[in-house]
Ligand binder design. Structure first.
Ligand code: PLP
Length: 379
């Protein structure tokens, strides 16, 4: 049975398409293409969903990081710590600001930013900011990072591109789902991408920045719209507006996010249960993430690169999709070979990691098919 990595045909049902076309007609009839009614409704609703005071929609998730850095006056010559496991847009945004990325190593089992590596780097390098990434939808240890960064005046910008609905959790003992708050609820600027494959995806590009600060929100509103403000032009910004069509789709899809994340969590639970007999042959995300991750992706760790590629081939022959997120750690990407920092664990993580299908329309028998394919390979 073929198993695909994403399934937009199932996700974008006939009913969703019908409703989307109704919204598109309304927008066209009203000639309201930029910053329209659905931009405002979505901004209010998404801020509420993630427990932030403000949501500022922008053109994409990379702009969101760049604008967040700009709002915090981080630019030319400033050093910004980023984890070695992330989509390279995190580094790109830092470089586009004229700032210098410094690699922080990651936890060997999750790919999340390592507290120990950050502490070591701070013992000899001053960082103006760090950008922890909630990679795969798993929560980065934000309150531990805040304890380190706040006294030193280091700005934290959370890259939540993969974390719509993720709950913040530093791995404290005995916390229940109800005790946890979502990504976006902290006092840090938090950025999101609504690229179509994300847990909440537009029909094109879109992104957002969440903040609790009225001042940061005002600055970001101005920066995304050429520096315009009610007080006239105070500084130049850029065009990073999110168009009304995309906002309307996000408005339409937001109510399904909770249900979709719940389904992703069920699938993650199934994978964890069915693959547990293959431990320690395989590395799996801890069960403790079942109550906090948005399960944007489901990463497993093989012994080495060769075994990982052989498993990928094996699954491919059975028409089961799997993906290399990420084929290389940031420090191995050609434009980033010379950036400073720590990279050993990130390199080894990227060598071993393979992501399994986990979209919300995946059926139970498809999950079983993936698991059987893996077990067959390991046997
Ligand atoms: C971790 C991470 N950061 C940043 C981005 C950039 O978002 P976008 O593609 O919307 O610019 C992405 C998305 O692809 C991402 O996964």
């Amino acid at each position: 049975m073929p198993v695909s990595f994403y399934d937009f045909k199932r996700l974008h049902s006939v009913e969703l398409q019908k409703n989307a076309l109704l919204l598109f007609s309304e927008i066209i009839e009203q000639n309201s293409y930029i910053d329209g009614k659905y931009n405002k409704i979505f901004e209010t609703e998404f801020a509420k969903h993630q427990q932030a005071k403000h949501c500022i929609l922008v053109a994409n998730g990379t702009d969101a990081i760049e604008l967040a850095l700009e709002a915090k006056n981080i630019g030319t010559g400033d050093k910004v710590g980023i984890p070695g496991i992330t989509f390279h847009a995190t580094a790109e945004a830092v470089l586009n600001r004229g700032a210098e990325p410094v690699l922080i190593d990651v936890d060997p089992l999750t790919g999340l930013i390592s507290i120990d590596s950050l502490k070591r780097i701070l013992s000899h390098t001053f960082l103006k900011a760090i950008i922890p990434v909630h990679i795969y939808g798993l929560p980065a240890p934000i309150s531990k990072l805040e304890q380190i960064c706040r006294p030193r005046g280091i700005t934290i910008i959370e890259d939540g591109a993969q974390a719509h609905g993720t709950l913040l959790d530093d791995g404290e003992e005995n916390l229940e789902r109800g005790d946890l708050k979502p990504v976006g609820s902290s006092d840090n600027l938090t950025t999101f991408s609504f690229y179509p494959t994300k847990n909440l995806g537009a029909f094109g590009d879109a992104g957002a920045i969440l903040t609790q600060s009225d001042d940061d929100a005002q600055k970001l509103l101005s920066l995304r719209n050429h520096g315009r403000s009610s007080r006239g032009l105070q500084f130049f910004g850029r065009n990073s507006r999110c168009d009304h069509f995309q906002a309307a789709i996000l408005y339409l899809k937001l109510p399904s996010l909770k249900e979709h994340n719940k389904r992703r969590t069920e699938i993650a639970g199934q994978y964890l249960q069915l693959l547990s007999s293959s431990l320690p042959e395989l590395g799996l995300p801890g069960k403790n993430f079942l109550h906090s991750s948005s399960w944007h992706l489901f990463p497993i760790l093989l012994k080495n690169r060769e075994q990982k590629l052989r498993l990928k081939d094996h699954l491919e022959r059975k028409q089961i999709a799997s993906t290399l997120f990420y084929e290389r750690s940031l420090g191995e990407e050609r434009p980033l070979l010379d950036i400073p920092g720590e990279r050993t664990l990130s390199t080894s993580f990227a060598e071993k990691v393979l992501c399994l299908p986990i979209h919300p329309c995946l059926e139970e028998d498809e999950v079983t098919e993936v698991v059987e394919g893996i077990k067959e390979f390991l046997a």
